[in-house]
Design a protein around this ligand. Structure first.
Ligand SMILES: [Zn+2]
Ligand SMILES: [Zn+2]
Ligand SMILES: [Zn+2]
Length: 164
């Protein structure tokens, strides 16, 4: 019997299909993220949510809510840098915005499978974008530092320039 293998987009390891949770909306009926990565992410998300709520409770009734909001806005500085890198690359003609790869809608977000590949984006309309995250959770390296994302963007920009 032939075992079909699938590559997890998070850990990049090739594993048998039985190592992926079933999901009816996926083309092959399974998530793109392996079971161990899914478990780890679920744990991480729960922990992050708890921290967030604890901080919120501490700040409640406190007048420093603007400061609190600003703090959480750059909670993931690497992600913000990745988004900036995309708009700069579009501005500079290095990459082009596309229509949604699933439904063809022209209004799209540049989605990152991996924040350390800031200029490798998937174009998805808002609906398919939230669906992607509902199915797959956060993209890889969502906690990357601003500096590492900037560095990765620099490398990708020179690769795109060389290819042009
Ligand atoms: Zn994995
Ligand atoms: Zn779409
Ligand atoms: Zn996304």
């Amino acid at each position: 019997m032939k075992t079909s293998l699938k590559t997890c987009f998070k850990c990049d390891k090739e594993k048998p299909l039985s190592d992926f949770y079933r999901h009816s909306e996926m083309a092959d009926g399974h998530l793109n993220k392996c079971k161990s990565c899914t478990k780890r992410d679920t744990k991480k998300n729960r922990r992050r949510r708890l921290e967030y709520y604890r901080a919120y409770d501490r700040m409640r009734g406190n007048r420093q809510s603007a400061e609190y909001r600003a703090r959480y806005k750059d909670d993931a500085p690497g992600k913000a840098k990745a988004r900036h890198a995309v708009s700069n690359a579009i501005r500079d003609g290095l990459i082009a915005r596309h229509s949604c790869e699933i439904c063809g809608s022209p209004r799209t977000h540049g989605h990152h499978d991996d924040y350390l590949k800031p200029l490798s984006v998937r174009w998805l309309c808002p609906g398919h974008h939230s669906q992607w995250h509902a199915i797959n959770g956060e993209g890889a390296n969502g906690d990357a530092s601003a500096e590492s994302v900037l560095q990765a963007a620099k490398v990708q920009r020179s690769q795109l320039r060389a290819a042009a």
